[in-house]
Design a protein. Structure first.
Length: 76
């Protein structure tokens, strides 16, 4: 969840203790959050970001494009 902030890292650590994580799905990027939490989560868990959520339904999931994400993250 892109709106989680630094609490997301703690949640991801606990989740990884009980489940074999193979990738990250970052939801709620259609809101005002930029999703910067994904960088420390990906770095700490060592798993790729696979999908991003840009809306409410399953059809709103898109393949993660790192270059476009960084451009949006750094945009004013």
């Amino acid at each position: 969840d892109a709106t989680t902030g630094q609490n997301g890292l703690a949640q991801a650590r606990v989740f990884a203790e009980v489940v074999d994580i193979t990738g990250i799905v970052l939801s709620k990027l259609d809101g005002s959050a930029k999703g910067g939490i994904v960088v420390p989560v990906q770095r700490e868990l060592g798993v790729p970001v696979k999908l991003i959520g840009l809306g409410e339904g399953p059809d709103d999931l898109a393949v993660f494009e790192p270059e476009a994400f960084v451009d949006a993250l750094l945009a004013e």
